[in-house]
Design a protein around this ligand. Structure first.
Ligand SMILES: [Zn+2]
Length: 131
């Protein structure tokens, strides 16, 4: 039985991070559908499960790996963005954050100093804002 499954899975994608994410997101949608009585939303759950099965048994390894890689990159970017948002929130009473109008670098200044001139540490651009 074990050997048969191994033989069957040879050359197939198997379960990767993106497939796990699809399953978890689908389960979350199902839970949401149950709580709010939105029965049609269950179709999204079934579609997610079918998509996850398709990816697991797919033999197009190159495409599936590229999708998974893209997912991991987006996930990392989302994680970094969340980290910045959490920091901005934690420092909301002591610091303000601005984006440089020239290079979009994020800049952090102490709060409550009135109107100040900020010079960008990256490109040297000067602009004034109310701290
Ligand atoms: Zn700049």
């Amino acid at each position: 039985m074990q050997v048969g499954l191994e033989k069957f899975m040879r050359g197939r994608n198997g379960v990767d991070q993106f497939t796990l994410f699809i399953l978890v997101a689908s389960a979350a949608v199902l839970l949401f559908a149950r709580i709010f009585g939105l029965h049609l939303l269950r179709l999204v759950y079934y579609a997610g499960v079918i998509w996850a099965l398709y990816r697991t048994f797919s033999r197009s390894l190159f495409r599936r790996r590229r999708e998974n890689q893209l997912f991991l990159e987006k996930n990392r970017a989302a994680g970094a963005w969340l980290k910045v948002q959490r920091r901005i929130f934690q420092e909301r009473n002591t610091h303000r954050h601005f984006k440089c109008p020239n290079c979009k670098q994020r800049l952090r200044v102490p709060k409550g100093r009135g109107k100040i001139t900020i010079s960008c540490a990256k490109c040297g651009e000067k602009f004034s804002r109310k701290s």
